[in-house]
Write a protein that binds this ligand. Structure first.
Ligand SMILES: C[S@@+](CC[C@H](N)C(=O)[O-])C[C@H]1O[C@@H](n2cnc3c(N)ncnc32)[C@H](O)[C@@H]1O
Length: 293
């Protein structure tokens, strides 16, 4: 299955998507709420008639708002970034390059780029409605995309170097499918709220909540989870009017104490980084749901 991909993000749930789809379809709900949306891997590929994307980290809501409302500007900025990196790597590997003159560097390429023009996407650029949440800053969105396309572990911190041959490849692939990504994102409601607030805002009979919270004990994100966050989530699951699917790391037994016995446990190939040994090649996920299977 070919999925739309935007960022290299730790904990992105591509392998789980077929199972999420199955439960969502069985729920007969018409609103999919991606409470811990992160890279958007699930919202981008769930094919829901109505989607609410949410994450508490404002860099992601800014990114998706920029794709929704300023696609032409962001597309041109990314194209310029890719061209600049290609030029830099050409200059770095050119044996005849005079290192004293240093021509062809990043600054020069940027100056020749034409931002915000030429793309068919700029034609669909529309102004955001006054009730859209979060700021919209395409320059910051470009930086988020570059960081999460070139970082090694998808943690958005370590930039790719010449040794990482694919440093520009991921961004090029994203640019190739940018139109399709925009086509999905333009229909989303984008929110930048804490999970407790988003639940209160959308809970109703036709709502389906997908919960993919941060992993306990792993500080991978700008916003992580404490035990009291998990306790609040467990409390919500007891009172929810809508349907839900929660996935957790099945190997973390401390979560069973809070959430009880899961509805289902499944094993998936580990796609987050190279497997160090046979045990690392598979990941067990536990699922909790109130949808009849
Ligand atoms: C496991 S990741 C989600 C990954 C996502 N499903 C994907 O495929 O990319 C957890 C996400 O929860 C977000 N988060 C952390 N605390 C939150 C909170 N209190 N409310 C909403 N989102 C939160 C983090 O910023 C992070 O992006």
């Amino acid at each position: 299955m070919v999925y739309l991909r935007l960022l290299k993000y730790p904990g992105a749930k591509f392998v789980v998507i077929p199972d999420i789809k199955k439960v969502f379809n069985n729920s007969h709900c018409n609103l999919f709420i991606d409470v811990f949306g992160g890279s958007g891997s699930v919202s981008l590929n769930i094919n829901s008639p109505n989607t609410v994307y949410n994450d508490i980290d404002p860099q992601f809501t800014n990114l998706f708002n920029s794709i929704k409302y300023k696609p032409g500007t962001l597309y041109e900025m990314l194209k310029e970034e890719v061209a600049s990196e290609d030029e830099n790597s050409r200059v770095r590997t050119d044996p005849h390059r005079d290192s004293d003159t240093g021509t062809g560097g990043r600054g020069e390429v940027r100056k020749t780029g034409k931002a915000g023009t030429g793309s068919g996407l700029s034609r669909v650029l529309s102004e955001p409605p006054s009730n859209s949440s979060g700021i919209i800053d395409p320059l910051r969105a470009r930086d988020t995309m570059v960081r999460f396309s070139r970082s090694f572990g998808g943690l958005g911190e370590t930039y790719g170097t010449r040794r990482e041959k694919s440093s520009n490849l991921y961004l090029k692939k994203t640019l190739y499918s940018f139109g399709k990504i925009h086509d999905v994102v333009r229909k989303w409601q984008i929110e930048n709220l804490d999970f407790r607030v988003i639940i209160r805002k959308y809970d109703s009979e036709g709502a389906f909540f997908y919960f993919d919270p941060p992993y306990p004990g792993k500080n991978w994100y700008n916003y992580n989870f404490t035990e009291s966050d998990f306790l609040d989530l467990a409390d919500f699951l007891k009172r929810v009017k809508g349907k839900y699917l929660l996935n957790l790391d099945a190997d973390d037994t401390s979560l069973v104490r809070i959430f009880g016995k899961p509805s289902l446990i499944r094993k998936y190939a580990n796609q987050n980084g190279p497997a160090l040994n046979r045990r690392d090649m598979m990941r067990s996920r536990s699922f909790y749901t109130n949808v009849d299977q």
